[in-house]
Design a protein around this ligand. Structure first.
Ligand code: MG
Length: 393
């Protein structure tokens, strides 16, 4: 097994949207193409990109991780059975990196890790979800993944009627559960945000027949404990699907306090980028394995090699993989959800094109999506994204 080439580029994923913490007008993504030669001279090119919310990492890729991957020996990246070993490639990329302080190197490594898994499945001629089910899940794959439509961003001039129209479009696409931003647009004072958000939530709930289990809300880590508790008291009667990232993602003790005062599900984790950070959350965050939702995004957090460590850690702490619903809305996490039996996956029907979204020919039916039978992650079945990735040459 040899790495023949690694190409990288930077693509815009800018959108005229905002959550409670950032706007997305300057958002970028790294894209990579890794070409591998396997036994008998068989070649495959795997693609990777980082998911939304963190920026492209061309410097880290150029200076450290691509050179280390290209320098990896055949023995390092070949499994005992002769197949491509992404875990060996991961170890080669992480040579001379100290533990802790994960920063954004987890994004750079995650981009390459995605491409290596895409290549590994293509070399075997199987979809990634099938490869994962066979290697790590006793051959059991789900026949579809639960997905929900994430949107409800703050746009300049967007009113409650426009929000409800947006949610109606998601239901029309086949989604049963939707998510909206709360906590105020950037610059809006919290005392003004709460009454406005309750009007927005009630309008969407009306569309959903009053069923709170079909609506999640997302704060994007903006609140301190006082605001999180104030909102929690107002939200509790709605029995929402989940209350997402109410607090700073690394402030575990405040999560534990919130969880003592808010009974319905809490979701967080999209801004934790390592197994160690995830472990600190489950050790110290007071989250409840019978209801809360963990949203670690493999594309932002050192890739699937690390995500497998995270799943093993969760099992050791009594958490089922069904409590995991990754952030990001990309096909990589969708394959992982189906192949490893997660709880589902996020989806962004209207933003972050072309990186968000799934294969072109697979509709969402009653809030679930099936996987195409395409070797690798399935980028070749998503024309607009494939055109961007293929552009790497
Ligand atoms: Mg979120």
């Amino acid at each position: 097994m040899r790495i023949l080439s690694v190409k990288q580029g930077v693509a815009p994923i800018a959108s005229a949207i905002a959550n409670a913490y950032i706007d997305f007008s300057k958002m970028t993504a790294s894209i990579v193409a890794v070409t591998v030669e396997g036994p008998g001279g068989k070649r495959a090119t795997g693609y990777g990109f980082n998911s939304n919310g963190r920026y492209a990492q061309p410097g880290l890729l150029t200076e450290r991780f691509v050179p280390r991957l290209l320098a990896a020996t055949e023995a390092e990246i070949t499994a005992p059975d002769g197949s491509l070993d992404p875990a060996g490639a991961w170890a080669a990329m992480m040579k001379n990196e100290k533990p802790g302080g994960h920063g954004e190197r987890s994004v750079a490594v995650g981009v390459l890790d995605m491409a290596l898994w895409d290549a590994a499945a293509k070399l075997e001629g199987v979809p990634l979800w099938r490869l994962l089910a066979d290697r790590f899940n006793g051959g059991a794959a789900d026949d579809a993944a639960w997905v929900y439509a994430a949107g409800g961003y703050y746009y300049p001039g967007k009113d409650v009627a426009a929000l409800v129209e947006e949610m109606k479009r998601y239901l029309g696409l086949g989604y049963a559960t939707v998510k909206m931003k709360i906590g105020g647009a950037p610059g809006v004072a919290l005392k003004d945000a709460l009454p406005d958000d309750l009007r927005r939530i009630e309008a969407v709930l009306k569309l959903l027949g009053g069923d709170g289990s079909r609506l999640a809300v997302d704060v994007n880590g903006r609140f301190g404990l006082h605001a999180a508790l104030t909102y929690a008291a107002a939200l509790a009667p709605y029995r929402l699907r989940w209350y997402e990232e109410p607090l700073d993602p690394l402030d575990y003790a405040t999560h534990a306090t919130l969880a003592e005062h808010y009974g319905p599900p809490i979701a967080t984790g999209e801004n934790l980028f390592s197994m160690q950070d995830a472990r600190n959350l489950v050790r110290h965050g007071g989250l409840r394995p019978d209801r809360d939702v963990l949203q670690f995004d493999p594309a932002l957090s050192y890739g699937l090699v690390e995500y497998l460590r995270t799943l093993r850690m969760l099992a050791d702490h009594g958490w089922s993989p069904r409590r995991c619903v990754p952030h990001g809305g990309h096909q990589f996490a969708l394959n992982i959800a189906v192949g490893l039996g997660l709880g589902g996956n996020e989806s962004y029907p209207e933003v972050f094109a072309p990186f968000g979204g799934f294969a072109d020919a697979v509709p969402v039916v009653e809030g679930r999506v099936r996987m195409p039978d395409v070797p690798g992650i399935g980028f070749e079945a998503k024309a607009e994204l494939h055109a961007v990735l293929r552009g790497l040459g």
